[in-house]
Design a protein around this ligand. Structure first.
Ligand code: NAD
Length: 359
């Protein structure tokens, strides 16, 4: 049966990088007879310009009907000044995440040996780095109620948010992480602040309960402040890290930068049935949009994750990842990963090189 992939190019460099991922998907579709049907829809600023809203009903319906979604990026200065937060491009993205229940965010941080010099850390600390951060995406302090901003008696301003998780939310993200660890090196580190925050005492309890179901996975716990330190001190001690929404937001960006370039990092956001939205970790890069110089590899690697996690095509995923590595063995670099002795290539030349390496 045909599998339906919805492509959402979005704004800024989104359409440029997604076009390259589409080329690669079309190539593996043919090569591995995957039967993928690729369709496109509007989201973000592009949707605001065309329809007045960041997530048109047709786009949401197409997202719900699709087997998987590939997103470029949304946002840009053109829409940043709108005082109505409901008509901001980011609302399109958050709307899809919440409407589709995409609670499991997977962010691999892999350092390709060919780019070891791009990290700010010493090569011996990061070379061979391959870790996976699993972040809870639809709960925690970002969504807890009550929340607000008020002026108290005496004119004192007060802002407040509520950090809340129930055990079901913790258990379902825990399962995603244990399963991922099981498919990798069988080591899972759960990050919390159980010495201070009661909600994360529950987090730790539930992770320990789950561990009984995964005797082949070694579970450890770490406080978030120590985890931040360990990530830059000795990142290779980790295999899979699981944590809540806010800690995950911060730690996954830190882990991303260990690898040197944001243009290389894919991500997946999954629901309970492994349906998901796949996107590069970076934004719409308005500073370089339209110049044909953006690195499309994060989006191409996101397409590989999509094939692996949502479309049950692991061979095609492996082939794309191997093709990217083969391209990096050649002296071809987009501007963000450029170094001495390399030849600078455009966004579409990089996409073409990956397609050629698939042959
Ligand atoms: P950004 O990630 O867009 O850009 C940060 C820097 O990295 C810029 O210098 C940019 O040129 C560079 N960069 C990013 N992707 C690159 C690529 N593929 N190749 C080469 N260089 C690349 O972050 P920002 O500047 O903070 O945000 C710009 C816009 O993107 C904002 O409107 C923001 O809200 C939005 N944003 C969207 C998403 C998303 O759609 N998921 C995520 C983050 C930011």
């Amino acid at each position: 049966m045909a599998k339906n992939v919805l492509i959402l190019p979005g704004d800024g460099i989104g359409p440029e990088i997604v076009a390259e991922a589409r080329k690669v998907l079309e190539r593996v579709n043919q090569q591995f007879s995957l039967g993928l049907e690729l369709n496109e829809a509007l989201v973000g600023g592009a949707a605001i310009d065309a329809t007045g809203v960041p997530l048109p009903d047709e786009t949401l319906a197409a997202a719900k009907a699709a087997d998987a979604i590939l997103l470029g990026a949304v946002g840009g200065p053109k829409w940043d000044t709108n005082p109505d937060f409901q008509i901001r491009p980011e609302k399109g993205l958050l709307g899809i995440r919440s409407q589709l229940g995409l609670f499991g965010n997977l962010r691999p941080a892999i350092l390709y040996p060919q780019l070891a010099h791009a990290s700010t850390l010493k090569p011996e600390v990061v070379s061979g780095l391959d870790i996976l951060i699993v972040r809870e995406l639809t709960g925690g302090i970002y969504f807890g109620q009550p929340r607000g901003y008020r002026t108290k008696e005496g004119g004192v301003r007060e802002g407040f948010n509520t950090y809340v998780y129930d055990e079901n939310e913790i258990r379902r993200i825990g399962r995603v992480a244990f399963e991922a660890a099981r498919a990798r090196n069988k080591k899972l580190c759960s990050v919390d602040k159980a010495n201070v925050l009661e909600v994360t005492v529950l987090w730790r309890e539930v992770m320990n309960e789950l561990a009984a179901e995964y005797p082949d996975v070694e579970l450890s716990h770490m406080y978030v402040d120590n985890a931040a330190m360990q990530l830059v001190r000795a990142p290779k001690q980790f295999d899979v890290v699981v944590t809540g929404n806010m800690f995950g937001d911060i730690l996954s960006d830190a882990a991303a930068m260990l690898t040197g370039s944001i243009g290389m990092l894919p991500s997946a956001s999954l629901d309970a049935n492994n349906k998901g939205m796949y996107e590069p970790c970076h934004g719409s890069a308005p500073d370089i949009a339209g110049q044909g110089i953006a690195n499309p590899l994060a989006t191409i690697l996101s397409a590989a994750m999509m094939l692996r996690y949502s479309l049950n095509a692991p061979e095609a995923a492996d082939a794309i990842e191997a093709a990217v590595s083969k391209v990096l063995d050649q002296p071809l670099r987009t501007a963000d990963i450029m170094s001495e002795g390399m030849r600078r290539v455009s966004t579409s030349e990089m996409g073409d090189a990956v397609v050629a390496a698939l042959a």
